[in-house]
Design a protein around this ligand. Structure first.
Ligand SMILES: Cc1ncc(C[n+]2csc(CCOP(=O)(O)OP(=O)(O)O)c2C)c(N)n1
Ligand code: SF4
Length: 293
């Protein structure tokens, strides 16, 4: 009998370009909104990593910035306000093979969603969280957010914001995040590099991005950041927690880059190990009853 020959076809990996991640939907952000820069940097980062859109999920909440998943050809989940992190955590635990990226605004992530933030960080779930921080609520037309500066006059604070402003970088570091970075939407090449590193990092990675709202924030404008943002020098040791906290504390000038990066087991790795152990031991229901009665 003739031997059956199997034909193997070698397929070359496709190198995707930034434009290949762009969906047919055109962004409807105001002209000049910082979120355009973040979207373009994300396209570049995805191309640098050659991410497969069929294996990538973008999860967002509600806000101008949370529209972002619609503009990308990956899977997307445009959820409810403030719930990026629990949804992203659930997706990553159910499908650890997927690259999961949360996106949204400072209102979404640091106000209504803040309760989820330290827990995602301390659990070290392997997701990337990009916060487009414009220090205001854009979608609802200009109210203060937790990162608004003290004294900032908005519709909700006509006599000036009386609150101190939250420092998301420090909060992430002390909560147990293993990758903490700051980007600026007007430095798209550097932002793309930071986002690519964050996605590559195994564990909870925060990328807080200054992304000016040109319509409602007339204080933290592009002019405001000119001369205040600077790249973190190579001499900074990102494994030094206290050095990272000091960088995040700087006031009046804003270091851009990776402040903190360490390795620690991720939640999804540990859950996979427990699942494996349960399959290996495979106890009967009777044995389980005996063990726990
Ligand atoms: C439960 C709930 N509360 C309030 C709102 C109203 N709301 C929609 S977006 C938003 C804040 C948006 O600010 P931010 O997350 O910073 O995003 P931006 O629009 O600035 O990108 C608020 C309060 C809502 N949609 N759902
Ligand atoms: S309102 Fe602000 S945040 Fe929203 S799209 Fe316009 S500039 Fe961007």
């Amino acid at each position: 009998m003739a031997e059956i020959q199997t034909l193997s076809i070698e397929t070359q990996p496709v190198q995707r370009q930034p434009k290949d991640y762009k969906s047919d939907l055109e962004p409807i952000w105001c002209p000049g909104c910082g979120d355009y820069g973040v979207l373009n940097a994300l396209f570049k980062a995805m191309s640098q990593l050659n991410l497969d859109p069929d294996k990538t999920v973008l999860v967002s909440g509600i806000g101008c910035s949370s529209r972002l998943p619609g503009f990308v050809v990956t899977y997307g989940f445009h959820g409810v306000h403030g719930r990026v992190l629990p949804v992203a955590t659930g997706i990553k635990l159910a499908r650890p093979d997927l690259t999961v990226i949360g996106v949204g605004g400072d209102g979404d992530g640091y106000s209504i969603g803040l309760g989820h933030f330290p827990h995602a960080a301390r659990r070290n779930i392997d997701i990337t969280y990009i916060v487009m921080n414009n220090q205001i609520y854009g979608l609802t037309k200009g109210q203060t957010s937790p990162t608004s500066s003290t004294g900032f006059q908005t519709k909700t604070t006509p006599f000036g914001n009386m609150d101190g402003s939250l420092n998301p970088l420090q909060l992430a570091i002390v909560s147990g995040a293993t990758f903490v970075a700051r980007g600026y939407s007007s430095m798209p090449n550097q932002l793309a590099k930071i986002i690519a590193e964050a996605i590559r990092h195994p564990g909870f990675a925060l990328v807080d991005v200054f992304s000016p709202c040109v319509t409602f924030n007339k204080v933290q404008t592009y002019d405001y950041y000119k001369g205040k943002v600077y790249e973190i020098p190579d001499t900074h040791d990102p494994t030094d927690k206290f050095a990272a906290l000091r960088l995040a504390e700087e006031d009046g000038v804003f270091p851009i880059g990776i402040l903190y990066r360490v390795d620690r087991p991720t939640l999804d790795e540990q859950v996979a190990m427990v699942k494996q152990q349960a399959y290996t031991e495979n106890p009967s229901v009777e044995q389980l009853f005996k063990k726990y009665q």
